[in-house]
Ligand binder design. Structure first.
Ligand code: C5P
Length: 215
């Protein structure tokens, strides 16, 4: 039957790995909403639109052909017929994504797309920053993952092959950007289950969440 799980939290909290594995375990689809903001950012950079040009950024978002695969075994993103899976994780997109995600028209557009994808899937694990609070307030389970700053930097640097120090600095910069601007996407829904994953292995986190879904 229908089952929507919202997984929110800062980067490095373990969201992506946990959400994918949970989706596979539940026989559900998987939606990485961060990848959608990253794909729009990739397009903004590709078409040479200034990050401060809010109307230009909104126009790129509105005209972009964004295809997002929701199979947890093989998530993929295509933007204007280009396979962007690798590029959207690169340093250029990562440095610019917070600015693009702060544009209200971009958020409106992507939130609407996300709701359509959730509706079509029925059974789906959705990860992001505002899923439980904004995108899917009627989700069956809302989870808010946290972890210490050190643990988050260590996990991210393993994923990206960048040094822990560089990653820690970048995390701090993005956390600050995401939380000090007018549009802070990171929201903890009042009815979210908060899980601190600092001292937990991925398997433990997935098992805990799985038990909550079936309970
Ligand atoms: O999760 P990920 O690190 O890929 O997200 C990249 C960026 O996209 C975040 O730093 C945030 O600025 C934005 N984002 C957002 N709302 C979401 C998911 C991501 O604003 N639901």
């Amino acid at each position: 039957g229908r089952c929507v799980v919202a997984v929110d939290g800062p980067s490095g909290s373990g969201k992506s790995t946990v959400s994918r594995r949970l989706a596979s375990a539940l026989g559900a689809q998987y939606l990485d909403t961060g990848a959608m903001y990253r794909a729009v950012t990739w397009a903004v950079l590709r078409y040479g639109v200034d990050l401060g040009d809010v109307e230009g950024v909104a126009k790129v978002a509105g005209g972009l052909d964004l295809v997002i695969g929701t199979d947890p075994a093989a998530p993929h993103v295509r933007a204007d017929d280009v396979d962007v899976d690798a590029d959207i994780r690169g340093p250029e997109v990562t440095a610019a994504v917070s600015a693009v995600a702060a544009v209200p028209a971009v958020r409106q557009l992507l939130v609407a797309r996300q709701r359509e994808l959730i509706e079509a899937a029925g059974r789906i694990v959705v990860e992001g920053r505002d899923i439980g609070a904004v995108v899917a307030p009627d989700a069956d389970l809302k989870v808010y993952l946290t972890a210490s700053h050190d643990a988050r930097a260590q996990r991210r640097s393993l994923e990206t092959a960048a040094s822990v120090d560089d990653t820690a600095a970048d995390l701090l910069r993005r956390d600050t950007l995401d939380s000090t601007r007018a549009v802070d996407p990171l929201q903890q829904a009042p009815d979210a289950v908060v899980l601190d994953t600092t001292a937990m292995g991925i398997d433990d986190v997935v098992a805990r969440l799985r038990a909550m879904v079936t309970a």
